[in-house]
Write a protein that binds this ligand. Structure first.
Ligand SMILES: Cc1cc2nc3c(=O)[nH]c(=O)nc-3n(C[C@H](O)[C@H](O)[C@H](O)COP(=O)(O)OP(=O)(O)OC[C@H]3O[C@@H](n4cnc5c(N)ncnc54)[C@H](O)[C@@H]3O)c2cc1C
Length: 425
């Protein structure tokens, strides 16, 4: 537990999902020292997932995105500084350097710098009308573009691209261009890709898979089309690039915290890096997964879980903070999970998209409600659920406690997954 001295300051770099959660949990766990939360974005900390869903469809505005109310930070003695970028960290001196000059000492430093858009590098990628969707500022700009009917090309058939395609299909002509043979190929099974692609096509979206973008065509500096690798030109006045993200590791790299790992800032399971007192959490961190290999998650549940564990370590909470503090089930490790909403398609994934040797379907894809259970060497490895939240919740319990079920049981709708998840625990 910290004491209220200047020397016990925790500095959190990045006021996004993981940074805010870390600061909040430190107080929850009884940390009484000063906490400074520094964010380079000019706005109050906000949630990103709605940017490609309810914000873009105008069901929610910017003030509905705030992670915490304005009072929250003051009430808890969390010093929030927005519009402040950290330019360097000096681990040997336990100090960070701020943009515009000045520095701040810390006892513990938490890097929660998130991820950056992977840039499209083809000719024409800098034309007016080429957009990205990660920050509130980018979402506001895209919403502005979509105030009148557009011909929109989405480069990348991943989660963000498909979510925005689903929203934009109402009122705009939308084409999704995906280089892989199917959408979301890195993460979901072909059954789910096929189902999602068919749903988007029914909505009027043209989904082109197995084709890359050769260049973006423009006139007078403005986008007018996209030339595909095969030579076809798709007319466009707006192009949104959603080809993934890379961990924001610049600060950490200069301090030597990513050496030997291309994925992100290397930490242990509590978020500790190799530098004394320095932690990393959220999209920027590469932490040991269930099998021990370093994995980098890009998900809200991942960011929250990592923030809680780092905060517990910094606050010096002993034993199993998980149950005591309303964290994950204390008897079981956290299972990575994720969700994506694409129109009427509510996709939830439990477990990691690793190799599998058998997949069985529970439910009926034609009815739009089904789950795919992936098995590896006879053991349940991951579960993708489409509009079946009950399966998803049961799957998280089964995976967390390594409860055995057979592929035949998983596929049989009369088999009670929920009971198995509790009775066999
Ligand atoms: C459009 C979109 C939709 C998404 N949808 C989902 C979804 O449906 N489900 C889901 O689970 N996840 C979703 N995600 C992913 C989820 O939002 C992220 O995993 C989560 O926000 C990660 O939290 P973070 O704190 O690590 O990073 P972020 O929330 O990205 O926050 C990092 C912050 O650090 C700041 N920063 C970086 N460097 C510095 C510096 N040097 N100094 C000061 N500040 C700095 C950044 O500006 C940023 O504000 C979505 C992401 C996007 C972009």
């Amino acid at each position: 537990m910290g004491t209220a001295t200047q020397g016990s300051r925790v500095v959190v770099v990045g006021a996004g999902q993981a940074g805010v959660e870390t600061a909040a949990c430190l107080r929850d766990y009884g940390y009484v020292g000063p906490i400074t939360l520094l964010g380079e974005e000019p706005t109050a900390p906000y949630q990103r997932p709605p940017l490609s869903k309810d914000f873009l469809s105008r069901r929610v505005d910017a003030d509905g995105l705030e992670l915490r109310s304005a009072d929250f930070y003051a009430d808890r003695g969390i010093e929030l500084a927005t519009g402040r970028r950290v330019d360097a960290i000096l681990p040997a001196e336990r100090r960070v350097l701020l943009d515009g000059g000045g520095g701040l000492g810390y006892r513990h430093l938490v890097l929660a710098t998130g991820a950056r858009n992977r840039p499209l590098t083809v000719p024409g990628a800098d034309l007016d009308g080429v957009c990205y969707l990660r920050t509130l500022a980018e979402a506001v700009a895209l919403r502005e573009w979509l105030t009148r009917p557009r011909e929109l090309v989405v480069v990348g058939g991943g989660f963000i691209g498909l979510e925005l395609a689903a929203v934009a299909a109402a009122g705009h002509r939308v084409t999704v261009v995906e280089a892989a043979p199917r959408c979301m190929a890195r993460v979901v099974t072909p059954v789910v890709s096929d189902h999602a692609e068919a749903a988007h096509r029914r909505r009027g979206v043209e989904v082109l898979t197995g084709t890359g973008v050769r260049r973006i065509l423009g006139t007078a500096g403005r986008v007018r089309g996209v030339e595909l690798a095969g030579g076809r030109t798709v007319p466009a006045d707006v192009v949104v690039v959603g080809i993934g993200a890379v961990a924001a590791t610049g600060l950490a790299a200069e301090a030597g915290l990513v050496e030997g790992c291309a994925k992100g800032i290397i930490t242990d399971e509590h978020g500790r890096t190799s530098a004394p007192g320095v932690f990393a959490v959220g999209d920027c961190a590469a932490q040991p997964g269930p099998g021990g290999a370093l994995i980098r998650l890009e998900s809200v549940p991942g960011a929250i879980g990592q923030a809680k564990r780092a905060a517990a370590a910094i606050a010096g909470v002993r034993g199993t903070p998980y149950g005591e503090h309303g964290m994950e089930d204390e008897r079981a490790p956290a299972v990575p999970w994720f969700w994506s909403h694409q129109g009427e398609l509510r996709l939830q994934i439990a477990g990691l998209p690793e190799a599998y040797d058998r997949a069985v379907v529970r439910g009926d894809p034609a009815a739009g409600r089904f789950s795919v259970f992936r098995f590896s060497a006879g053991e349940l490895a991951a579960v993708e659920s489409v509009n079946r939240p009950v399966d998803h919740m049961a799957a998280r319990k089964l995976l967390a406690r390594s409860i055995p079920i057979t592929p035949e049981e998983a596929a049989e709708l009369t088999f009670d997954l929920k009971s198995a998840a509790t009775a066999r625990a």
